[in-house]
Design a protein around this ligand. Structure first.
Ligand code: LLP
Length: 434
């Protein structure tokens, strides 16, 4: 039997995988496969634990902002907003989704290293609460856009604090060689702050950093907070200004496997807050509002993807391929990052997992694998394969490769299920073809 680490998952009386009171085999029957299943209960539980830690460590002076790139759809925006989180968007499309979901523009924060003129116009016209400016060029463009619309816009500056978080190279963003943000060490950050203060249609409200993703250590977060708060103090003192907030980004790691060295989020929050309070005292400044921007940790463990097992191909002394009806088009993360996942057969969840499988997708591509060396229960065609912790960066990174349709997404809560994203149809595939 596979050990199941996520609080929303269990094995029910039938020996089937259960997510928030729903039997995964029944969900597969009712909605078809592939199917993204997300636990609303788990999403809300994590949102609340973050909100509580802001009360506990900062007396409510700050808030979590959901990084919607992890999983963006209207219902997700509504759920996190109803838990008191703001929403971070990184494109006109994510902004549109959040606005369509009814999120007030003032609760939306707009990020991105190469926002287009049209995206900046859209953000300014909509009245988004904060624009995180990535570079000096964008700052000047934004000033022009805001002026053209007769508005003043609240901005934060995205800073590269030079922190090397130990994670997969592709998802490291806080170090110097990064396409994201304004350099700290060379003095560019101070120059950007100075320039922002000279402009009349942008208001310097805060600083922002994001040091990477799926980070399983506390130290880089403490180090980043320290570096950023010291910069905030320097800016305030040298430029005689008071900044409203410090946004420390996301990046908290989740379980993909039982053996992952998982750290409860409260521990990151506690350690960072201790250092922040110390620095405020040392440097004699008031506590700015603290924001964090988690994506993966809010939604990752809440998601499971269900597939139907098709072709079995045992190649003696080589490997056993277990092919499923999905693949890199619904989850490209193994193909891109060799990401670990826990896989099991939902209809045999209580049986021993002693079959070494390579889980293969259906795309015309040898690298279209979901997992190698996965120990699963003995597979047969028609079994329901569940891949755990697929709530973050799965639907959001999906594609139509090989003209496969994106699966539906079902939200489950206390034994009830509802579709929150309809599965695509073949007509959808040709909708924009001429
Ligand atoms: N804030 C900013 C500015 C970010 O760039 C990101 C993620 C986050 C917040 C949220 O980070 P999280 O809490 O989710 O770690 N596609 C990759 C992950 C890319 C992360 C991009 N930025 C993956 O599938 O692992």
């Amino acid at each position: 039997m596979v050990h199941i680490y996520s609080p929303c998952l269990s094995i029910n009386k039938m020996g089937h995988l259960d997510i928030s009171g729903c039997d995964c085999t029944q969900l597969a029957r009712q909605y078809g496969t592939p199917l993204y299943v997300m636990s609303e209960d788990e999403i809300r539980r994590v949102c609340r634990s973050y909100a509580e830690s802001f009360q506990k460590y900062y007396h409510g002076n700050g808030k979590p902002i959901y990084a919607s790139k992890a999983f963006c759809c209207k219902e997700m925006c509504r759920i996190v907003f109803s838990e008191g989180l703001d929403i971070e968007v990184v494109s006109g499309g994510e902004l549109y989704t959040a606005l369509q979901a009814g999120i007030p523009a003032k609760n939306i924060h707009f990020q991105g290293n190469n926002k287009s003129y049209a995206e900046l116009e859209y953000a300014v016209k909509s009245g988004v609460g904060n624009i995180v400016v990535d570079n000096m060029q964008e700052l000047e463009t934004l000033e022009k856009v805001a002026k053209a619309y007769g508005k003043t816009v609240s901005v934060s500056l995205r800073i590269k604090p030079g922190i090397d978080a130990h994670t997969h190279e592709f998802i490291r963003t806080g170090q110097i060689d990064s396409k994201f943000g304004i350099d700290l060490a060379s003095g560019e950050a101070m120059a950007a702050a100075k320039r922002t203060l000279e402009l009349s249609h942008v208001i310097l409200d805060g600083l922002h950093c994001h040091i990477g993703s799926q980070i399983m250590e506390i130290e880089p977060f403490v180090h980043a907070a320290e570096t950023m708060l010291n910069l905030l103090c320097d800016i305030e003192q040298l430029l005689d200004v008071e900044l409203e907030h410090l946004n420390l980004g996301g990046g908290f790691g989740i379980h993909y496997k039982e053996t992952d060295g998982f750290i409860p989020y409260d521990q990151y929050m506690a350690a960072v807050s201790v250092r922040i309070h110390e620095i405020c005292t040392e440097r004699g400044i008031r506590l700015p509002k603290i924001y964090i921007e988690p994506g993966r940790s809010i939604v990752g463990e809440a998601g499971v993807t269900l597939y139907t097992v098709g072709t079995l191909k045992e190649i003696p002394n080589v490997r056993n391929y277990v092919a499923i009806d999905g693949g890199m088009f619904d989850n490209p993360r193994y193909a891109l990052y060799q990401s670990d996942y826990t896989c099991l057969l939902a209809n045999k969840a209580s049986c021993k997992a002693n079959y070494l499988a390579t889980i293969a997708g259906k795309c015309c591509e040898s690298g279209d694998l979901i997992q190698e060396n996965a120990l699963i229960q003995s597979p047969e065609p028609g079994d329901i394969l569940a891949v755990l912790s697929t709530g973050a960066y799965n639907y959001s990174m999906s594609s139509n490769y090989n003209r496969n349709v994106r699966p539906a997404c079902v939200m489950v809560s206390e034994g009830k299920s509802r579709v929150v994203i309809k599965g695509e149809t073949y007509e959808d595939l040709v909708r924009n073809d001429i």
